[in-house]
Design a protein around this ligand. Structure first.
Ligand code: SAM
Length: 177
């Protein structure tokens, strides 16, 4: 399945860490790319450094308007999954989501424009309480992929963690494949 993420909005400075974490969850949980407005240009360097050390080709693309990219992705055949506490329960729609071939998951930062609810193919809630785009995204990515995302190999990684009960076991490889 091809998975991409769109983050709508960002509260200046205050959301920098949250935005970075939305990108890190997208990368670590199997998405290929994230689209966001360019509020914090340094995020590209942060993710490039992570890719360089830990592998993979996860991409960040800066966009002018969320609506343009959402409409473009719909035209390309992606299903739009908007995460909102007001949506249908993830428990009820996860089977349908697993059967989609290409999806774009949209998360907000603050109050999102009403239009996204209409443009979305699915409005999906993770519980009916407000929490966070980071947690909602992680849970939905995990429900869709049923843990398979953690078996994915990140190509040309310089560091690879060998899971261990105590301490740290990291395989080090200095050259790219
Ligand atoms: N009060 C805001 C609103 O009415 O949209 C909540 C914003 S919340 C801090 C930021 C984002 O987290 C939301 O746009 C949504 O994508 C996600 N989110 C928060 N709680 C959620 C939930 N229970 N289910 C799904 N997504 C959620």
């Amino acid at each position: 399945m091809e998975i991409e993420v769109v983050r709508i909005g960002q509260r200046l400075v205050r959301d920098d860490r949250v935005t970075t974490h939305v990108a890190l969850v997208s990368r670590g949980f199997g998405a290929e790319r994230i689209f966001m407005t360019e509020v914090n240009p340094e995020i590209k360097d942060t993710i490039e450094k992570i890719n360089n050390t830990w592998g993979g080709d996860f991409k960040i693309e800066f966009i002018e308007k969320w609506k343009t990219i959402v409409k473009k992705k719909k035209d390309e055949g992606f299903k739009i999954i908007h995460l909102s506490m007001y949506g249908e329960s993830i428990d009820d729609v996860q089977i349908n989501l697993r059967n989609e071939e290409k999806i774009v998951i949209v998360v907000g930062a603050e109050k999102v424009p009403r239009e996204i609810y209409e443009l979305a193919d699915y409005n999906v809630a993770v519980g009916s309480q407000p929490h966070s785009e980071i947690s909602a995204l992680a849970i939905v990515l995990d429900r869709i992929q049923k843990g398979e995302q953690f078996k994915k190999e990140f190509s040309h990684a310089k560091r690879k963690i060998i899971p261990t009960k105590n301490g740290k076991n990291v395989q080090v490889k200095e050259t790219r494949d």
